[in-house]
Design a binder for this molecule. Structure first.
Ligand code: 13P
Length: 262
């Protein structure tokens, strides 16, 4: 089953509007000949609309970094609804990033509500899961990821899940320079796919893109992306620099071209 790989940049709380648009200006010509790989950028909310405008008609998709759990507009100071994100022109939204879980009280329950809100508004959620270092050391990585997946995806139909992307981001690998080994990552990606198969059937599991996130860089990404269940990367630090981000896209693209030749 062919899944279109995706290289996604999560800019977190980086870049002014001007910097964000400047980056996309530089990226557009560099992805002009990319045909096998989807490319996505998640800027801050304030830059979303401008980045969407600049990316229109190109291969670059745009995501928000979070979404309100509430579906209907109302008295929720500081929140942005899925409808509003959609109206701004984004097609995707990152949900349940570990930084939101660690610093802003995101729970499996709020992730679940946000995934539903996103899907209802026609956004494709990028659902992040991943264990802490302690949890891995204690041999609980799979249990934790399984719980996160089951709660996030509870009650979703096969059609909902076919519009959902998953990102495995082991917390100990994020921003630390210490990425998961390709073996460790592949093992967890396989585990995630098996779980999705159990929840929604093998067809959905085989089409779901599962991205790896955590210190992905040009010098370690080839081995990760070569694994059968790793369908791309969700990139933090290396997505902020155009040369590094472009390199990641090129590496992914060359892998698919090589497969085509076989
Ligand atoms: P780094 O690539 O900086 O480790 O961040 C990964 C991440 O959190 C992407 O969402």
């Amino acid at each position: 089953m062919m899944r279109t790989p995706l290289i996604a940049g999560n800019w977190k709380m980086h870049k002014t509007i001007a910097d964000a648009v400047g980056f996309v200006n530089d990226l557009v010509p560099r992805v002009a000949d990319i045909v096998h790989t989807d490319v996505l950028i998640a800027p801050t909310f304030v830059a979303l609309r401008d980045v969407v405008r600049r990316a229109e008609g190109t291969r670059i998709l745009v995501a928000a970094q979070d979404v309100a759990a509430e579906r209907i507009e109302g008295a929720f100071t500081g929140e942005v609804s899925a409808e509003m994100i959609r109206e701004a022109g984004a097609t995707h939204v990152i949900i349940g990033h570990s930084e939101r879980r660690q610093y802003y009280g995101e729970t499996d329950e709020s992730v679940h509500r946000k995934v539903n809100a996103a899907l209802a508004a026609g956004l494709e959620p990028i659902v992040c899961v991943g264990e802490l270092l302690d949890e891995r050391d204690e041999g609980r990585a799979e249990t934790v990821v399984q719980r996160q997946l089951e709660r996030a995806f509870e009650g979703l139909t096969a059609s909902d899940l076919s519009r959902t992307i998953c990102a495995y981001e082991p917390v100990w690998a994020i921003g630390t320079g210490r990425s998961a080994t390709p073996e460790t990552a592949e093992e967890m990606h396989r585990f995630i796919r098996d779980n999705v198969a159990r929840i929604a059937g093998t067809d959905v599991a085989e089409t779901m893109r599962i991205l790896y996130g955590g210190s992905a860089k040009p010098d370690n990404v080839l081995e990760l992306l070569s694994r059968p269940d790793i369908d791309g990367a969700l990139v933090g630090g290396a997505s902020l620099q155009i040369n590094l981000f472009h390199k990641l896209i090129e590496i992914q693209e060359s892998l698919i071209k090589d497969t085509d030749k076989k």
